[in-house]
Design a protein around this ligand. Structure first.
Ligand SMILES: Nc1ncnc2c1ncn2[C@@H]1O[C@H](COP(=O)(O)OP(=O)(O)OP(=O)(O)O)[C@@H](O)[C@H]1O
Length: 213
């Protein structure tokens, strides 16, 4: 069975025009769907619609066979994580940012913050655990992107919607990101949708493509 499927999902681009996009795709566990297309084609908008951050017009989306209309948005977003091109960084330290999701009732109910896991993921992503006590607002763009990735992974999502996650990363950090993503996908009940302009998806296994033109 597909872990994530969307059938004739139609959404409007938020630029005041009449342009509508209709897309269909499905992903099984462990798979990555790479969304490609020119700038302004509607790739980020698709991820935001899939995250229920903005409405689609018609069509159906299923998560592990369940229609998204039957799943409240907060529950949906606790399973389907959107990582924006410019990640949300909260006031406080890096550690504060990592513990922030655990203030949410839905997350608290299922998990507790695991500092060792957070440190291990930081190391996997070439982020020194010394950063934990740093002001998160002072992180570079590439460090912030990796922090947001760690923050997402430690709350055990089912689907990651990644919007150009490696755009601000150098080659070494990008390779570390792809390794960490691949390793995460080996777990059960996991899949990712990735918007990328880089031709660096070769190192990722089980990739399929969705072209938006
Ligand atoms: N909040 C918004 N308000 C107004 N217009 C928007 C908004 N978000 C997106 N758009 C417009 O919708 C269109 C698609 O934007 P989107 O960000 O989805 O494209 P994209 O394919 O991700 O582009 P890029 O590769 O440059 O990131 C663009 O014309 C953009 O200007």
């Amino acid at each position: 069975m597909s872990l994530l499927a969307f059938n004739n999902l139609t959404y409007q681009l938020g630029n005041g025009g009449e342009r509508k996009i209709t897309v269909s795709a499905s992903l099984k566990e462990g798979e990555i769907l790479v969304v490609r297309g020119p700038s302004g084609a509607g790739k980020s908008t698709l991820l935001r619609v899939l995250a229920k951050l903005q409405p689609g017009e018609s069509g159906e989306v299923f998560l592990a066979g369940e229609n998204w209309q039957t799943i409240p948005s907060t529950h949906w977003r606790s399973q389907v994580h959107y990582l924006a091109q410019k990640p949300a960084i909260f006031e406080g330290t890096v550690l504060d940012n990592l513990t922030k999701p655990f203030e949410l009732r839905l997350v608290k109910k299922k998990l507790s913050f695991n500092l060792d896991l957070a440190k291990r993921l930081m190391q996997d992503l070439l982020l020194s655990p010394d950063l934990l006590n740093h002001d998160a607002r002072t992180l570079s763009g590439g460090e912030a992107a990796r922090l947001a990735f760690v923050r997402s992974l430690i709350t055990e999502p089912t689907v990651l919607l990644l919007d150009e996650p490696t755009a601000a990363l150098d080659n070494l950090s990008r390779a570390a990101f792809n390794r960490t993503l691949s390793k995460w996908l080996l777990g059960s009940h996991r899949a990712a949708v990735l918007v990328s302009h880089n031709n660096d998806v070769d190192s990722l296994a089980r990739v399929s493509f969705l072209d938006i033109v």
